[in-house]
Design a protein around this ligand. Sequence first.
Ligand code: MG
Length: 262
Amino acid sequence: MSAASDPPQSTLPYPPLKDKAPFVVLSDWDGTITSFDSNDYLTDNFGMGLEARRKLNIEILHERLTFRDAFQSEMRSIPMTFEECKRIMVRDIRLDPHFVDFEAWCRAHDVPIVIVSSGMEPLIRAVLTSQVGEEDSKRIDIIANTTIVNEDGTWDISYRHPSSGFGHDKSQAILPYRDLPHRPFLFFLGDGVSDLSAARHADLLLVKQKEGGENDLAAYCRREGIPHVLFDDFRGALKVIMGIVQGDMTKEDVLAMGAIKA
Ligand SMILES: [Mg+2]
């Protein structure tokens, strides 16, 4: 939606680039690290509901509505304070069952993990901290949107890139790595079309398979001929990331697998 030559202005700072690390893991949050999409969950159960959300999705597909505006409508349909939303997220959102082990391995081997999300940082941070603990959560950078919370507890999403139809243009999290003198090997893990702008610039793209089988990002990659490997959960993702970091596998070996068998 925004041309590569015309990067959108960010209203929020970026964490420092991991320029000393030989390998960096960038990952989507919703539906990739979490077992289901946390914002869809809030919208479907407490906001406008599944049917109304699906209608918005169709409008986005036909390019009559941007993701940014649809997502804001969804969030505004939730008649709860920010603290209530946070409490429900922490209570109900579960991570991929193998993410905690994945995070521990990456930490032990100095492979930074950066979460790149179209969601909101305070909610992601609250869920992450509740599941991996405060110390380990702090080691993980989150590049996302944020929230504005009013005195009465009502709230709204505040976009990182208000001028982008994505609200957060994920490619801006990965593009600066291309210009580093010692560019790390970049893994990108995702599941949706919003991941595509960033995923294109990764050295190895891992696409999460959904239980129902179909996956927007996988379908898009197949159609566009973008090399990727499918994974079911973070145990499988760890297998190939470990293989590459430790030099037992090459990128070509992984891509030739097509799908990772855990
Ligand atoms: Mg996702």
